[in-house]
Design a protein around this ligand. Structure first.
Ligand SMILES: C[S@@+](CC[C@H](N)C(=O)[O-])C[C@H]1O[C@@H](n2cnc3c(N)ncnc32)[C@H](O)[C@@H]1O
Length: 284
């Protein structure tokens, strides 16, 4: 029996992280597909590359101070470790999930990456000093935070002048009338069972909010079509890892995940939900 607190993102991610690694892969986010035929890890890496380009990350030149990046909602730590390895930067990953922190710390230790550190903190009240990072990076975590304005203002607060806030996430492309929500309550309940308590904003919301916080918006791109093939790959993983996933989240958890792939794909196709990336620079 699922209790209301189980939908809270911290408990939800504590419960699903191991199963998610099988269903979604090491990088716990959607993929960006160029042809639609790529394997999922290639496509999830392409989404990370989209964020890297939006953040304009560069390899730290020898003898220079490594750039500091705050990874808000760091999942299992895979993107953070990849960034440290590729760019020689320092990444502080935060998540509200203790299991996420432990998984990410293990990963960084296994890969010998002291520049990737992880802490249990909330992105809507991160507690870091003003202007203490070069980049604040929120990869597919904003929809799990009820107070999105607090997430954005906290992200803007901790980046130095000239630094950037970059974010990618699921989006809502139209208002959903109450009658439609009521008529589709079973679908929304299934999504909540599979993905926890989630709320989607529009691309304009993220871009306008960052502009209102005094940042210069440099990127606001729609990735809906590019991410569509993700659902096929997730269904493939569900079929491939059926027994292991049932052991981790039960048959009903797996069924909710599979049904959610169909529900979300239909929403992607009918223009209700989708995906996007936003980047903004704090003036120097
Ligand atoms: C879909 S996963 C994305 C993980 C990672 N960014 C990646 O792309 O692989 C969402 C992450 O956001 C975290 N999260 C949810 N609510 C949060 C909050 N209020 N503060 C910080 N992290 C949060 C979850 O625990 C999880 O690690």
């Amino acid at each position: 029996m699922t209790r209301l607190e189980d939908y809270d993102p911290a408990s939800h991610y504590d419960r699903v992280t191991e199963a998610w690694l099988l269903l979604l892969g090491d990088e716990l986010h959607y993929g960006v597909f160029a042809t639609g035929d790529e394997p999922l890890p290639v496509a999830t890496a392409a989404l990370t590359r989209t964020m890297i380009d939006a953040a304009r990350l560069q390899v730290t030149p020898a003898g220079e101070r490594p750039l500091r990046l705050l990874d808000i909602g760091c999942g299992s730590g895979a993107p953070a470790c990849d960034l440290v390895e590729e760019f020689g930067i320092e990444v502080v990953g935060i998540t509200t999930s203790p299991v996420g922190v432990a998984t990410a710390r293990d990963r960084a230790a296994r890969r010998g990456l002291p520049g990737a550190t992880f802490e249990q903190r909330d992105g809507t009240d991160n507690g870091f000093e003003d202007a203490s990072f070069d980049v604040a990076w929120a990869m597919e975590s904003a929809h799990l935070m009820r107070d999105r304005h607090a997430l954005l203002s906290e992200a803007a607060r901790v980046v130095r002048p000239g630094g950037r806030v970059v974010l990618c996430d699921l989006l809502r492309w139209r208002e959903i009338p109450f009658a439609e929500v009521r008529a589709r309550r079973e679908d929304f309940a299934t999504l909540r069972t599979a993905f926890g308590d989630a709320h989607f904003e529009s691309l304009a919301y993220y871009a306008d909010s960052l502009a209102e916080l005094g940042l210069e918006v440099e990127v606001a791109d729609d990735l809906t079509q590019a991410t569509l093939a993700t659902f096929d790959r997730w269904r493939d993983n569900a079929a491939r890892h059926r027994d292991a996933v049932v052991d981790l989240i039960g048959a009903s958890g797996l069924a909710a995940f599979e049904r959610s792939c169909d529900i979300l794909e239909a929403f992607w196709r009918d223009g209700t939900f989708g995906y996007g990336v936003v980047a903004a620079r704090r003036p120097a």
